[in-house]
Design a protein around this ligand. Structure first.
Ligand SMILES: [Zn+2]
Ligand SMILES: [Zn+2]
Length: 344
């Protein structure tokens, strides 16, 4: 089979590997599509993956072989399987930190999503594999994993029942996915999307967002106007780094929450004043990945047609063009790119 494997220099090469064969409880999928994610890009930009690593984890695949004992899925089923599944029973899981559980960090997709065939490990087959209903497109389904991450961040913001306003820093695919998940869950909330790129803001407006170009003074003015000077209940920073966080925090209401959703530069300090957090009872919380609970709730939203993020897919490309896809994403010329083995 063909797989897109990393090189030491942060590029990716198509190489030939043996098709894995499923052991007891495992499934073998033929890849339909795998989303290129900001995390994949971060790893490549920082040359983190060891040579031979196969990235990719936002997969939609078709069952082509079942390991012994798998009865819940049939050959030909279109399925979704996240790469990370928490154990559900350890001390971290019991305390709600399931995405930091040691078992969660294991990659349950072998060799990875950017591969013609993908083996799904037994724990993922058992706990977190979903059959995609016929009426749901591959593109809509492919957002299960990233949307579960978004939902976790929204939960961690502890928004009130009473509708208010939130700010999203960044109008890339993750920023706009926040917008779509928020609209699906809380349609009466006001959502302001901030980004310096004009075309992205136009796109965000087309999806129903109020937009602002990342200038902190303008942002505060917009938020004040929309909230009668209360401020934003939450800020979701999908850009990363101290600059966007500072801008976002400047729009928060007393008691509001800033959710960190993206990597900053290595060892970068926060760079904002602490006293307003103390006096304003504000919170900064990190949100890492998405757990089983979020995956289940997002699968339900997608399959009931309540969440369709397919408008964020700007390109469908063959896996063989993965380097071009990385370049387009890096240069902000694409939102979400789905890579598939269709055209070799
Ligand atoms: Zn992802
Ligand atoms: Zn655990």
């Amino acid at each position: 089979m063909k797989v897109a494997a990393c090189d030491d220099d942060g590029s990716v090469r198509i190489v030939e590997r043996d098709v894995p064969s499923p052991a007891r409880g495992e499934l073998l999928l033929r890849l339909r599509w795998c989303g290129l994610c900001g995390t994949d890009l971060f790893k490549l930009n920082n040359k983190l993956p060891a040579a031979g690593t196969v990235l990719g984890h936002e997969i939609v695949g078709e069952v082509v072989e079942r390991g012994e004992g798998v009865v819940a899925f049939n050959l030909g089923d279109r399925v979704l399987s996240p790469h990370h599944v928490a154990c559900g029973v350890c001390r971290l899981c019991r305390r709600g930190a399931s995405t930091k559980c040691a078992a969660f960090l294991e990659n349950l997709l072998e060799p990875g999503g950017f591969s013609e065939f993908v083996l799904v490990r037994a724990r993922a087959v058992r706990a977190a594999t979903w059959r995609v209903p016929d009426h749901i497109t591959d593109a809509a389904a492919s957002f299960l994993e990233p949307a579960a991450c978004v939902l976790r961040g929204i939960d961690r913001a502890k928004l009130t029942e009473e509708p208010g306003a939130v700010v999203i820093m960044g109008a890339g695919s993750m920023g706009l996915l926040h917008l779509l998940v928020l609209q699906s869950l809380m349609p009466e909330w006001k959502v302001i999307v901030c980004d310096p790129i004009r075309e992205r803001l136009e796109f965000a407006r087309g999806l129903g967002a109020i937009t602002c170009d990342s200038d902190p003074v303008k942002l505060r003015n917009i938020v004040d106007r929309l909230t009668d000077c209360l401020g934003a209940d939450a800020v979701f920073d999908t850009v990363g780094g101290s600059g966007p966080l500072r801008t976002g925090v400047s729009a928060l209401r007393p008691g509001g929450t800033a959710v960190l959703f993206a990597h900053g530069a290595e060892a970068e300090p926060a760079g904002f004043e602490l006293n307003p957090f103390f006096k304003g009872e504000q919170r900064v919380v990190g949100s890492y990945s998405g757990g089983l609970d979020e995956q289940r709730r997002i699968a339900d939203l997608i399959f009931r047609g309540k969440l369709d993020a397919s408008p964020l897919v700007t390109d469908f490309m063959p896996l063989a063009r993965i380097n071009a896809a990385v370049k387009l994403t890096r240069e902000h010329k694409a939102l979400k790119i789905l890579l598939g083995p269709e055209v070799w």
